[in-house]
Write a protein that binds this ligand. Structure first.
Ligand code: Q46
Ligand code: ZN
Length: 296
């Protein structure tokens, strides 16, 4: 198959959703210009902003960090060491983030959960699943570190598959309040830093192709707790539908973004107050993070 753009080179990737077979060079430039378009269309940030990329050592977040730095943004990395020892997962992930920081010559902030709270994710005994406790910790730490270190934007490597799986799970529960909160960008509010997802329109396959073609050194291993997660089942089902009808995922997500205003009225806006332990804003007396992890 010949590249649809340059009409000369052999295509290395066939993007069926857009009927767009591309050669290596054209794919890489398509990837960068699409990222640029997403950043511009949704007013994510400009060259003046201080961006903190949440990096996990995986292909999505490290590709995002590389892309933003290549595009000329001042973007540093934040790695949260969750203390997952199985398969040396956390240590190996940290090593990949350190390598990226050296290559990109950008600062890497490391937050060690054990050092700061005395507990790791595997040690937490909580009613929630490991992944929801972990998600809670990551959201809290990202926001807190960004505030403390004066970053005004947090960028995460969520891709189209992540976004669609999360949307499908919300729709299956008809959790309208949560639908009203889901977005590609969460605006800054008092005490909360703006959060953006510049890769939200790229499928996991596209990010993987970018990481491989760019030679990005990422950790090719899933977190041991991801196994059996329902989100993986949703991704599998969505990929089956996508194979049958290319373009379904991007339509599902784009149509949601177009119509999400309909759900905003179901959002409950509780009054925010300062957590009695850490001082961060929360709807309760003590925030969910402090409840689980105690003093920070
Ligand atoms: S790191 Fe944390 Fe994920 Fe591991 S424990 Fe679950 S949420 S699977 S992205
Ligand atoms: Zn707190």
């Amino acid at each position: 198959m010949i590249c649809r753009k340059c009409k000369k080179e052999k295509a290395v990737i066939n993007n069926r959703a857009y009927r767009l077979p591309l050669c290596e060079r054209c794919f890489l430039s398509w990837f960068i210009s699409r990222t640029r378009k997403t950043i511009r269309d949704f007013k994510f940030f400009s060259e003046k902003d201080r961006i903190l990329v949440a990096v996990s050592g995986g292909k999505d977040s490290l590709s995002l960090w590389h892309t933003l730095v290549e595009m000329g943004y001042e973007a540093d990395g934040l790695y949260i060491n969750l203390g997952i020892k199985e398969g040396n997962y956390s240590e190996n992930s940290l090593e990949k983030c350190r390598n990226a920081s050296e290559i990109l010559r950008r600062k890497l902030i490391v937050f060690d959960l054990k050092e700061v709270t005395g507990k790791t994710i595997p040690e937490i005994k909580d009613l929630r699943s490991k992944c929801s406790t972990c998600g809670l910790a990551k959201r809290y730490i990202m926001n807190r570190k960004a505030l403390e270190e004066n970053y005004n934007v947090i960028a995460t490597g969520h891709n189209l598959d992540d976004e669609c799986a999360s949307l499908l799970s919300t729709v299956l529960r008809w959790d309208l309040g949560y639908l009203g909160r889901q977005d590609i960008k969460l605006k800054e509010m008092d005490g909360f830093v703006k959060k953006v997802k510049p890769f939200a329109f790229f499928s996991e396959k596209e990010v993987l192709a970018f990481a491989i073609l760019k030679g990005i050194d990422y950790l090719d291993a899933e977190c041991p707790y991801a196994e059996g997660a329902t989100s993986l089942l949703y991704k599998e089902v969505l990929n089956r539908i996508e194979n049958h009808s290319p373009g379904t995922k991007i339509r599902f997500y784009k149509e949601f973004l177009k119509n999400k205003g309909e759900f905003e009225r179901f959002r409950e806006m509780d009054e925010l107050k300062k957590c009695k332990i850490c001082g961060q804003l929360t709807t309760r007396e003590i925030c969910a993070f402090c409840k689980v992890f105690g003093r920070i």
